[in-house]
Design a protein around this ligand. Sequence first.
Ligand SMILES: *[C@@H]1O[C@H](CO)[C@@H](O)[C@H](O)[C@H]1NC(C)=O
Ligand SMILES: *[C@@H]1O[C@H](CO)[C@@H](O)[C@H](O)[C@H]1NC(C)=O
Ligand SMILES: *[C@@H]1O[C@H](CO)[C@@H](O)[C@H](O)[C@H]1NC(C)=O
Ligand SMILES: *[C@@H]1O[C@H](CO)[C@@H](O)[C@H](O)[C@H]1NC(C)=O
Ligand SMILES: *[C@@H]1O[C@H](CO)[C@@H](O)[C@H](O)[C@H]1NC(C)=O
Length: 492
Amino acid sequence: MGTARPGLPQLVVVTFALVALFGVGVHGRNHIHKKPHGDGGAGHRGGAKGGSTVVSSPAVPPDDNGTPLVAPPPPPSGSIVPSDPATPAQPAEQCVFDVREYGATGESTADDTEAFRAAWSAACAVESAVLLVPSDGTFTISSTTFSGPCKPGLVFQVDGVLMPPDGPDCWPPSDNRRQWLVFSNLDGMTLRGAGTIEGNGEDWWNLPCKPHRGPNGSTLHGPCDSPTLIRFFMSCNLVVQGLRVENSPEFHFRFDGCSDVLVDGLFIRSPANSPNTDGIHVENTERVGIYNSKISNGDDCISIGTGSYDVDIQNVTCGPGHGISIGSLGVHNSQACVANVTVRNAVIRNSDNGLRIKTWQGGMGSVSGITFDGVLMENVRNCIIVDQYYCMDKRCMNQSTAVHVTDVSYANIRGSYDVRSAPIHFACSDTVPCTNVTMSEVELLPFSGELVDDPFCWSAYGIQETPTIPPISCLQDGIPDSLLDNPDLKCR
Ligand SMILES: *[C@@H]1O[C@H](CO)[C@@H](O)[C@H](O)[C@H]1NC(C)=O
Ligand SMILES: *[C@@H]1O[C@H](CO)[C@@H](O)[C@H](O)[C@H]1NC(C)=O
Ligand SMILES: *[C@@H]1O[C@H](CO)[C@@H](O)[C@H](O)[C@H]1NC(C)=O
Ligand SMILES: *[C@@H]1O[C@H](CO)[C@@H](O)[C@H](O)[C@H]1NC(C)=O
Ligand SMILES: *[C@@H]1O[C@H](CO)[C@@H](O)[C@H](O)[C@H]1NC(C)=O
């Protein structure tokens, strides 16, 4: 922290004490960072006279009723996290780079992109810097990649409103239409704040190429790229905390090529009929915690793609939406591997699926070590579903290989299902059956009306530790010989 001004330690201590006492963030008005002179040369300002102050952990976003969702959690061990006001032993001194000091207007109709880029360059060069989006503005920026490497401990703090241009017509033609905010090549970075990231997604959802949005409810062909709102790429030791993120044109969050990721206390919201607006998508990413978050949208609440390992999901409330999904995996005969995913203490309501594993015919690899424990369903179609015949256009041929689904445990899954679909559906591959599926304390009752389809169960091996409600009858004992030592199913 080479930027602490001599003579300021008392201010830091006093500020810190106030933060600790009142839990109030120190925002723009308290920053004492000096404005850089004019230009965009901010990238070389590592030794600049940035003032130091302390920035608190963000407030957790309120839910619909204004009640805070959860208390901020302890930081994960092993990753770099700004010190928390609750542990005043070592107050971190943080140099604040307020985007207004770099020329941002916060007037929503103006383009503040250049100011954000300059503030990023400056903050990136300083250890434990805070790039601050102050609470009293609405900042519009166009598609931007914020890349590292940066000095450790960088915080991108959104206390105001941050948004992309409003829809495809306003998207600068030269900008990437598949992503908006990208954080890339970073180690030890936090995105947080008490503010809102507003995706302005509506006009994207209504493009005529989106499902049934064309003339007379048709779906027009042609390129239909829409931006992922926030993407983390090739980065590690990430914390995303406390933000409200709404109305993404497509996925709200996507993590690919990352490791050691903590997501906590997010509030993600888009309409139930917004296409492809997955809440949090993870792929080729290891050691991920997703905690204490509330997600409602038009697609998967959380989706887990290939190359995801050691994913821990706790205290998440989903719905409306399409539930928590592993897959789809193995498309175009690809190898896919997902292992060690845990979902605990989740609530899923008014969703098209609950807990889903979906793979294409013809894939290779495996989905293994999946634990669903303590999930409350409310009016959910397909509460528990493994679909190894996943197919987008209903014209897929059965093939002789598949991604192996094994060591999957469902425990304490209770609540109510939407009777339009069977609450339990295991459609496993003929050639590569699902194995070691364990069911314990699975009790699902109709939300209203009578069960239309009985539970479906095909080509699945495993045990019921307690009888499920409704009953299923097809889990077979043992493991079929054909699966032993099949090299196509190996991962790592
Ligand atoms: C939409 O449907 C109406 C009534 O069927 C028809 O008259 C009209 O031509 C259709 N429009 C298009 C663009 O297909
Ligand atoms: C599974 O993932 C958790 C983190 O969610 C990790 O603590 C645990 O060590 C992993 N287990 C194995 C067998 O890798
Ligand atoms: C989940 O919620 C419980 C109860 O509020 C809390 O004790 C626990 O710490 C939470 N888990 C995580 C990982 O934050
Ligand atoms: C694929 O296999 C399943 C299970 O045996 C069967 O129900 C389905 O009809 C088959 N589909 C095709 C297209 O052959
Ligand atoms: C079956 O899966 C469970 C996890 O759900 C695992 O603990 C157990 O070791 C597996 N059994 C075998 C025989 O692989």
